[in-house]
Every structure is written in structure tokens, then in C-alpha cells.
Design a protein around this ligand. Structure first.
Ligand code: FE2
Length: 427
């Protein structure tokens, strides 16, 4: 006897009219017209059922702090970093925990059930590390929070940062971070990459660095990151976040770089909302978009995920935990409007980041944990187009969030009394 059957689902791979059988919190069957009886039946009515959204790049320590102690007047990356520096001494653990938990509530409502968050380790009190380790445990029953030890002010440039980073790892932070382009020199940046990759190799950890988040085409730490990945045998465990300098690099150089990244088994994480707003700020016209070369990376066999990066913080005064909004922006900025390209954008907020984070139990195969999202959309492209309502969010087979369908009521002569925005089969 199954606990639950979701009937008449459309799956992200295009399979239609599929039933998903769930028992003991796991998916046990995925097939058309399951004959089994279940404690509960839910009719998906042909709408899309997806594994949950995954955010590969976020900053949970600054989330929802917008306006504290003041807003970012220029809207630039560097003023954001300076502003975060002003806020850091005023942070309290209670406020950090409350803001993070509030954001996790938003995330669950949006069907976002796994987040990789960087946590700044340049504060010697490691207040944010302690707070987010606490939050990681609090939300574990419903949301997977993976933490990256992130030396925001530079692991070499900021006194004591390397020791703090090591302490954060001792305390249980999961992943080694870095920010080579923010070190004082290119040489220091390269040294930081080597040192941090060695630290990860010694401890058997993954690496995810803010890498080359600049418009400077000569910021090429991604090359060092790929080379260190190969040298230390870290293939499959290293991600380069942002990689915005690749937008501005010479094409010939990129033609050498992409195979090197592929050889290193690296993943790339673009953050479209943030890249499009923070990059190109020194340009007049034409202004660069700044996002890394997503279609070219994918064509070279390098997995690319889209991250949210920021929500209501010193760098970005918008956002709501909606990964469909993130992918929608990524799709536009990268001009990925072909059918396959749009599907790749949907994977960039589901399967691809799940694999970058190394999530076990993720997916729609029998045996996976029954974490599912029922969307008010016919397929992944429509989900992107509408930033579709997440009608139900399930964790381990239990409904943990519901939203009412998005409908507008109309008052028009001779027209229907309500309208939804899904595509209709025919007119
Ligand atoms: Fe970031």
C-alpha cells in the first residue's frame, strides 16, 4: 500500500500522464496508470511535477538586511562590499538566524529546497558561521543548506582570514570558498587559489570560489582554478562562481580555456540577476551584460547552474527566493530562447545544481526522496514563462507548502469571468 500517488503528472523530460507512487517518504514507482491503492491520491491534471529547485549560489548571512545600516546608493559591487563591512560589526546572532529562517520560509513556498550559501569568515567572531550552522540544523527536516567558507575580504588580504576559514571548516562548514580577484595582486589571487584548493584536497571537501567577478578580461583565476583542480585530483568537486570576466575575454583565449575547464571536470555557476546589475558599471555604451558565457560553457560539456546570489541585501534590493525568476533572467541575458536552450535553463535550477552540491536522494527516479513541486504550468518552458505558481511543495512525501492557482477575475462584456495565463491547446 502506497502512502500517496500523484496522478497525471507531466515530467520535466517531457513524459506525460505519469503517476508517481510514494511510500515511506520515497518515490517507489514512476509509470503511467499505476494500479496501486494509496492512502491519498492527488490529481496533477497534466501539470508539471518537478524535483525541487536548487540554488547553487547564495549569501544567507546577508539576506533580508537591505537598508541596514543604509542602502547601497551607487548600486555597485564595491559599495556593496563596503556596506557589508559597515554592517558586519553590528550583526547579532539572533538577527542572522531570524533573517535566514524567514528566507528559508520564502524558499519553501517557492519550491526551493536546497541552497548552497556562502558565509563570510572574515569576522574573527565567526558569528555568521555559528548562526548559519544553527540554521542548517533547524531547517534540515525540510531544506538542505550547504555552507561555503567564504573569505569576503580576501583570504590573503584580510588579516587572520585563513585561520578563520580553517576554524569555520573545523566547526562543520561544508565547502571551501575563495575570492581570488579581490586579493591585492593577480599573483596573490593565484596563490590563494592554490592554497585553498590544497586545503580542500587535504580535507576531502568541495571547492566553490567567487572567481573573476569582474569585467577585467585579464582576470584569469579560472585558469588557475582549473589547473589546480587537475593537479590535486579534485575533478568533479570544483565550481567557479560568477566567472564574469569570461564575458569580456578574447575569444581565442576562451577557446583554450573551455577545454581546460572541461578537463578539470569543473562546474560553472552564473548569477544572472546580480551579474546583469553589477557588471558593466564602468562602461558607457555599449554596456556589457557581464554574465559568463553560458551557452558556450554548456556546449563544451561544462555543467552550468544559475544561482540567486542575493535577496534584499547590500548588493541587491530585490528578489524573493524564486529560482524561476533567476532562470528567466538567465535565459534572456544569455539569449537562450531555443527550445533545448530553455530546457537547459530549467535544468540549471534543478538537476545541475543538485549534482554540483552532490545531493544524494535528488530526482524523480524510484528510490529518490519524494521531494516534489507541482507547478501551475504544462511544461518547463511554460513554468519559466509564467514563473509559475508552485501549487504544492512536497518534502519526503508530505505537503509542506501550498499556493492558490494564479487567476485573474475579469469584468468584461461577452468575455469569460476569469483568465489564467497558461497556453491553450487551440483556438
Ligand atoms: Fe556571491
Amino acid at each position: 500500500m502506497l502512502d500517496l500517488i500523484l496522478r497525471h503528472c507531466t515530467l520535466p523530460d517531457g513524459r506525460r500522464d505519469i503517476d508517481i507512487g510514494i511510500a515511506d517518504g520515497r518515490i517507489v514507482a514512476v509509470a503511467p496508470a499505476l494500479p496501486a491503492q494509496a492512502g491519498e491520491d492527488i490529481d496533477a491534471a497534466g501539470q508539471l511535477v518537478s524535483p525541487p529547485f536548487v540554488d547553487a549560489h547564495f549569501h544567507m548571512d546577508s539576506v533580508l538586511s537591505h537598508g541596514l545600516p543604509r542602502v547601497n546608493l551607487s548600486g555597485t559591487l564595491l559599495e556593496g562590499i563596503a556596506l557589508w563591512g559597515e554592517l558586519k560589526p553590528e550583526l547579532t546572532q539572533q538577527a542572522l538566524v531570524e533573517r535566514a529562517l524567514a528566507y528559508c520560509d520564502w524558499a519553501v513556498g517557492r519550491g526551493l529546497l536546497a541552497i548552497r550559501s556562502h558565509v563570510d569568515v572574515c569576522d574573527p567572531r565567526l558569528l555568521a558561521v555559528e548562526a548559519l550552522l544553527h540554521v542548517r540544523e533547524r531547517v534540515r527536516p525540510y531544506l538542505e543548506l550547504q555552507l561555503v567558507a567564504f573569505p569576503q575580504d580576501g583570504v590573503l588580504r584580510s588579516p587572520g582570514a585563513l585561520d578563520n576559514l580553517r576554524r569555520a571548516l573545523e566547526m562543520g562548514v561544508d565547502v571551501v570558498g575563495g575570492i581570488p580577484h579581490f586579493e591585492r595582486t593577480m599573483a596573490d589571487g593565484a596563490t590563494s587559489v592554490r592554497l585553498l584548493c590544497e586545503l580542500a584536497a587535504e580535507r576531502g571537501l568541495r571547492v566553490d570560489m567567487h572567481c573573476d567577478e569582474t569585467d577585467d578580461p585579464m582576470s584569469r583565476h579560472v585558469e588557475t582554478l582549473a589547473a589546480e583542480t587537475v593537479r590535486l585530483g579534485l575533478q568533479g568537486r570544483v565550481a567557479g562562481s560568477h566567472l564574469t570576466s569570461m564575458h569580456s575575454m578574447d575569444n581565442y583565449y576562451v577557446s583554450k580555456l573551455l577545454p581546460l575547464m572541461r578537463e578539470a571536470g569543473m562546474a560553472a555557476i552564473a548569477n544572472p540577476l546580480i551579474n546583469i546589475t553589477l557588471q558593466g558599471r564602468h562602461d558607457s555604451y555599449p554596456k556589457r551584460r557581464g554574465m559568463t558565457r553560458v551557452p558556450e560553457l554548456l556546449a563544451a560539456g561544462i555543467p552550468v547552474a544559475f544561482g540567486h546570489d542575493c535577496v534584499l541585501d547590500p548588493w541587491y534590493g530585490l528578489g524573493s527566493g524564486d529560482m524561476l525568476e533567476v532562470a528567466h533572467m538567465g535565459l534572456h541575458v544569455a539569449q537562450m530562447t531555443g527550445q533545448d536552450a530553455m530546457l537547459a535553463c530549467f535544468r540549471a535550477i534543478t538537476d545541475t545544481p543538485a549534482s554540483i552540491l552532490g545531493l544524494s536522494d535528488y530526482g524523480l527516479e524510484p528510490g529518490c526522496r519524494a521531494d516534489l513541486v507541482l507547478l501551475q504550468a504544462a511544461d518547463p518552458v511554460e513554468a519559466l514563462r509564467l514563473r509559475a505558481t508552485r501549487l504544492l511543495v512536497l518534502r519526503a512525501g508530505k505537503v509542506i507548502a501550498r499556493s492558490a492557482p494564479a487567476l485573474a477575475s475579469l469584468d468584461l462584456p461577452g468575455r469569460p469571468s476569469s483568465v489564467d495565463f497558461r497556453r491553450r491547446a487551440a483556438f
